[in-house]
Design a protein around this ligand. Structure first.
Ligand code: SAH
Ligand code: SF4
Length: 357
């Protein structure tokens, strides 16, 4: 069975007409779901009752299922979604088992701005089921790639996230490597901007920065902010920490980042996961500052969020602040991103891993 989010505007109109509706009923439906966030046909009262009943039977809104959620004490809410598995290889082969993906709703620190307007949350979205990059510190890479998410499956995460509460920002920093499923992601982001009303300046896509793909993306008039996961200034160490990029010189990644900035005018954030005793020494800060000197960009330090199966630790207390200050003294813009929702199995991919174990 197909789902409403999987149908283009035209296909939805056709579907509705084939079930006795008028062409404009398709528009009403899309607006209700995407603009207004109405997720129950019974509530879309601008549609004739008979049509609503038929659609309820024959056209589920989502292709996936919400199978679990956990709420951390700071209000962070993780949604575990299940999508259909990969199709079987032969005509009679059964599909693989269902795939799970995480979406995380992170409420604002303060619920209101100074002027009293309510603040929305940040939604963290996944781009693939599993990840083929295989970073040894990341739970998402442990099981490899299962399959790319379809564009409607990425969109579904936004629609389900907004049903939890109003959104202010979104980050594509969940499971998967966005540049390896770029077309589907970009299609979904188009709908999010145009029909859900979340602008491109409010959406950040995080990637390990495959240079050729990045250059191609920069030429497609991308409408989002970019973050590149660098993690270390040292070539040998990056080859270990980001295995799928082994042999790609850091300078090439940075040059592709410079090209992105020239093409788009959008400044890059370099992400740096801080692994205790691995890449968090003052020497690393010094060499990182050397690498980034003269570039209009910022650095976001992410103290590691330990994953039980993995041999990495959080940096010692005070280290992230010292590292940040070293970068600031050398003229860079640097911030620390402290993890949220820690008591709700926060490190991306952990909920999914627990489910599959
Ligand atoms: N694949 C993309 C986007 C998803 S990961 C990328 O790697 O950029 C998003 C960010 O979370 C990356 O910077 C990644 O290094 C970081 N990350 C992954 N596991 C983490 C963990 N356990 N603790 C802290 N950051 C982590
Ligand atoms: Fe994939 Fe990003 Fe995790 Fe690396 S950090 S395995 S690229 S999701």
């Amino acid at each position: 069975m197909t789902s409403l989010l999987a149908l283009s505007k035209e296909a939805l109109t056709e579907f509705v007409q084939s079930r006795g509706g008028k062409p404009f009923h398709g528009k009403i439906l899309r607006r209700a779901v995407l603009e207004q966030g109405t997720l129950d046909y019974a509530d879309i009262t601008d549609l004739p009752a008979r049509l609503r009943e038929t659609l309820k039977e024959e056209l589920p809104i989502f292709g996936g299922r919400l199978v679990d959620q956990c709420l951390a004490s700071d209000g962070t809410k993780k949604l575990l979604l299940e999508f259909p598995g990969r199709p079987g290889r032969g005509p009679d082969a059964p599909p693989s088992k269902e795939l799970s993906v995480e979406t995380v709703f992170i409420p604002p620190h303060r619920s209101k701005d100074e002027d009293g307007t309510a603040r929305g949350a940040t939604l963290c979205v996944s781009s693939q089921a599993g990840c083929p990059v295989g970073c040894p510190f990341c739970a998402s890479g442990l099981l490899g790639l299962e399959r790319n998410l379809e564009s409607h499956e990425i969109l579904e995460q936004f629609v389900r996230g907004r049903a939890v509460g109003p959104l202010r920002r979104a980050v594509v920093m969940g499971i998967g490597e966005p540049l390896l499923n770029f077309e589907n992601l970009n299609d979904a982001l188009g709908v999010v901007r145009e029909e859900m009303g979340l602008g491109g300046r409010k959406i950040t896509v995080s990637t390990v920065g495959f240079p050729d793909r990045l250059r191609r993306a920069a030429r497609g008039e991308p409408k989002f902010q970019l973050a590149i996961s660098l993690h270390t200034p040292d070539q040998e160490q990056r080859d270990d920490l980001v295995p799928a990029m082994r042999g790609v010189p850091i300078e090439e990644v940075l040059a592709a980042g410079d090209d992105w900035f020239e093409q788009t005018g959008r400044e890059i954030t370099y992400e740096y996961v801080m692994l205790g005793g691995v890449n968090d020494t003052p020497r690393h800060a010094e060499r990182l500052a050397d690498r980034l000197r003269g570039r209009r960009c910022s650095v976001n330090l992410i103290p590691y969020n330990p994953t039980p199966e993995l041999p990495f630790a959080r940096p010692e207390s005070g280290t992230p602040e010292g590292f940040r200050d070293d970068l600031l003294e050398r003229g860079l813009i640097a911030t620390i991103r402290w993890s949220r929702g820690l008591d709700g199995s926060a490190a991306c991919g952990q909920l999914r891993l627990a489910k599959q174990a």
